[in-house]
Design a protein around this ligand. Structure first.
Ligand SMILES: Nc1ncnc2c1ncn2[C@@H]1O[C@H](COP(=O)(O)OP(=O)(O)O)[C@@H](O)[C@H]1O
Ligand SMILES: [Mg+2]
Length: 200
């Protein structure tokens, strides 16, 4: 069961381990195409929930986990719960909650003190969240939607055009630029990410 989903992973994706794969709610799924399809349908309903929710406190661990559950919970049993295994990306799993606390506190501070423009706050938040990599899978999609939620729900601004006409979930030049921008941000060089999202 492991092979089909991990085989065609695009660059910068996190492979799932055995226990995580066992959390799949659909026993009949065998190909990545089928899985992508199920996840995409779940994300659509999660986005609808996000658009109509009256919850305003989006910068909280509860909201971050709830959103992940709404986006992936029809497909994965572990949706909305933190990962317990090491990945090729992400902090040590035992530090996820505390790292998330720091990110939430920092982001609140940036917003309250207008440390950066809204788009820059969304970009920095996005990178820090995927860098922590709280969940077994879906971190990229969840963290892009979270960054957009900051822009739309806190600032009333438009969301980011992440895909730019491409499919960011498969290997193409746009994803390559996105992943290398995140790698630069890992080294504290945020310029490629700012340019990717159209900030500069
Ligand atoms: N070097 C990196 N630093 C920070 N984040 C990264 C890095 N490489 C990849 N990522 C993020 O991790 C995501 C892949 O993690 P994954 O949990 O598989 O998310 P998804 O299933 O939504 O694609 C990428 O979309 C990207 O956002
Ligand atoms: Mg993935």
């Amino acid at each position: 069961m492991a092979a089909p989903f991990n085989d065609n992973n695009p660059e910068g994706a996190t492979p799932l381990d055995r226990d995580e794969l066992a959390g799949l709610k659909f026993a009949h799924v065998t190909t990545r195409g089928e899985l992508d399809h199920l996840e995409q349908a779940n994300i659509q309903s999660g986005m609808q929930w996000l658009n109509r929710t009256r919850q305003t406190e989006i910068l909280s661990e509860v909201f971050i986990r709830t959103l992940h559950k709404r986006l992936f919970g029809e497909v994965w049993r572990w949706a909305g719960t933190f990962r317990t295994t090491e990945k090729n990306i992400g902090v040590d799993p035992i530090t996820i909650a505390i790292e998330l606390r720091h990110l939430i506190d920092d982001t609140r501070y940036w917003i309250d003190h207008q440390t950066y423009p809204p788009l820059e706050i969304a970009a920095r938040f996005h990178h820090r969240l995927v860098y922590i990599h709280p969940f077994p899978n879906g971190n990229g999609r969840h963290a892009r939607i979270m960054a957009d939620a900051i822009l739309t729900k806190i600032y009333g601004n438009p969301s980011i055009d992440w895909a730019g006409g491409y499919d960011l979930q498969s290997m193409n030049e746009r994803r390559q630029v996105y992943i290398s921008a995140l790698r630069a941000a890992d080294q504290r060089d945020y310029m490629p990410l700012f340019s990717f999202i159209g900030l500069i």
